[in-house]
Design a protein around this ligand. Structure first.
Ligand SMILES: Cc1cc2nc3c(=O)[nH]c(=O)nc-3n(C[C@H](O)[C@H](O)[C@H](O)COP(=O)(O)OP(=O)(O)OC[C@H]3O[C@@H](n4cnc5c(N)ncnc54)[C@H](O)[C@@H]3O)c2cc1C
Length: 456
């Protein structure tokens, strides 16, 4: 796999250290909330924030025009919850995430008619795509003993663990100050494994993904992940160092969905991940394990391992046994997306137009990972920021420059130099939304995605 000049270079095919959103002053991971909202709160430029507030329902007037949100607050220590209404002067923008944005739409009467009727929710707009089309990247790996220190070393040695904590707390350095290996690779399944894929799978991959869209991501982790049930307790703690080579399928064809178990937001939504239900995903996963073993074999030849596979073990060789192991150990990369997908007006499963406005409603947008028409192969945080900026530009453009405003040089300048290309979906036909990995965002615009139901 060729080394890339960073994962922001415009191509993902290859390997590089990842750009991380970690605050160098304290080595804590940053989020839009910790980096941008907190700064705005402290310097007095933030919008009004209603803390501990949980949106229960979007309120509508005639013509499905969103007018506000019904809120309940937490009622800790026996204090009764307070319910109130936030009224929108212009629009309601929902950013509840991939699971709760579709849930909020559904409990508010926007979604698949059959689901709404099942729970006695009056149907304002039958939108069958709400909660459907869920993409995620799934992850599975093989574990070996290695001849370098990994997270196992600290688990085996309390003094070493204490030294790592001290370095992190006092100097923001050391093993706890970085995010695992932080080195990732992307590729299409290479030969000889590719020749093991069925013609149907090869055709499905070619039909659904462009040629520069990688099929697999490689995520080496300097720790024993085992069956990925509990990363805190998985390590055997037998004095050896362990590492895991993980593959994520970043061209998945399996789709999950989000549905309701009641008409109330206080009941969590039903999430059906549906991982590895498409035969192409299954074939890619099995061949990826063979490829993992090829990489381990190379590392063994370099003297980095003892050559003995700790998990699943040398006796797991048939495709059926490998699949059983993958099914037992697979988890998500936590990149779920596209449950309120953006799409063309004539796509019956589209929920949002290219400006994230909910079809069949007025003054209502959804801006978060659920808005993606599809899940890009990279990690989504920066794409979500960029989406928020794109929609904010749409809103500001429409508000301040009139209906003729189109994205142009102003928009590119606003995004900053690090974003490579941004092309939005087109309501009237197939389009692409390919956005370079980027941590540079403008504060005022980012807040649109960071705050749930920010009312302008
Ligand atoms: C453990 C983990 C690690 C990850 N690591 C990475 C990474 O390294 N790189 C990367 O690119 N991505 C990573 N991701 C993915 C990334 O965090 C998500 O894709 C991203 O946060 C999704 O953003 P969002 O705005 O769509 O939703 P969220 O960030 O989930 O925000 C939704 C917000 O809405 C709030 N909310 C929901 N319902 C209501 C309601 N009814 N009323 C009020 N508020 C509500 C939620 O509390 C939440 O704060 C990771 C995810 C996880 C879980």
């Amino acid at each position: 796999m060729k080394a890339l000049n960073g994962l922001n270079s415009g191509s993902l095919m290859g390997s590089a250290y990842a750009t991380l959103t970690i605050d160098p002053r304290n080595a804590y991971r940053s989020s839009s909330e910790s980096s941008f909202l907190q700064a705005a709160l402290q310097n007095g430029t933030s919008p009004t924030v209603y803390k501990n507030s949980f949106a229960q329902r979007i309120l509508f007037s005639s013509n499905n025009t969103a007018t506000g949100v019904l809120i309940t607050t937490a009622g800790p220590y026996g204090i009764p919850a307070v319910n109130y209404t936030l009224s929108a002067r212009k629009e309601v923008i929902v950013s509840g995430g991939v699971f709760q944005s579709p849930q909020l739409l559904m409990v508010s009467g926007i979604g698949p008619k059959a689901t709404l009727s099942q729970f006695g929710i009056p149907v304002l707009k039958d939108l069958p795509g709400v909660g459907q089309n869920m993409w995620d990247h799934t992850l599975f790996g093989t574990d070996y003993r290695v001849n370098v220190n990994t997270a196992s070393a600290a688990l085996n040695n309390a003094t070493l663990a204490a030294a790592g904590v001290k370095l992190f707390q006092q100097k923001a350095t050391g093993p706890l100050s970085i995010f695992g290996a932080s080195y990732y690779g992307f590729e299409d399944l290479p030969q000889p494994y590719r020749s093991k894929l069925s013609n149907a799978s090869l055709s499905a991959l070619a039909a659904n993904f462009p040629s520069d869209w990688p099929e697999l991501e490689w995520l080496p982790v300097s720790a024993y992940l085992g069956y990925q049930e509990d990363r805190q307790t998985a390590d055997p703690r037998d004095g050896s160092n362990y590492a895991t080579i993980n593959t994520a399928i970043v061209s998945p064809l399996s789709r999950g969905n989000v549905s309701l178990q009641s008409a109330s937001m206080l009941d969590p939504p039903l999430i059906n991940p549906n991982w590895l239900t498409d035969p192409t995903d299954i074939e890619l996963a099995i061949q990826s394990v063979h490829r993992q073993r090829e990489i381990w074999s190379y590392l063994t030849s370099q003297g980095l391992t003892n050559g003995v596979e700790a998990l699943p073990g040398a006796n797991v060789t048939s495709d059926a046994d490998i699949l059983a192991y993958i099914q037992k150990s697979i988890i998500q990369v936590y990149h779920a997306a596209a449950t309120c997908k953006m799409g063309a007006r004539n796509d019956s499963m589209a929920v949002l137009d290219s400006q994230a406005r909910v079809y069949g409603t007025q003054n209502l947008r959804v801006v978060d990972a659920s808005s993606f028409p599809f899940l890009p192969p990279g990690h989504p945080q920066s794409t979500i920021y960029a989406l928020a900026e794109k929609i904010a530009a749409d809103i500001l453009g429409n508000d301040t420059r009139g209906p003729g405003y189109k994205m142009g040089p102003d928009y590119s300048a606003m995004l900053g130099a690090q974003v490579k290309t941004v092309t939005s979906t087109n309501d009237n036909g197939a389009g692409t939304a390919r956005i370079g990995e980027n941590g540079m965002v403008s504060l005022a615009l980012l807040l649109l995605a960071a705050i749930f139901s920010y009312l302008v």
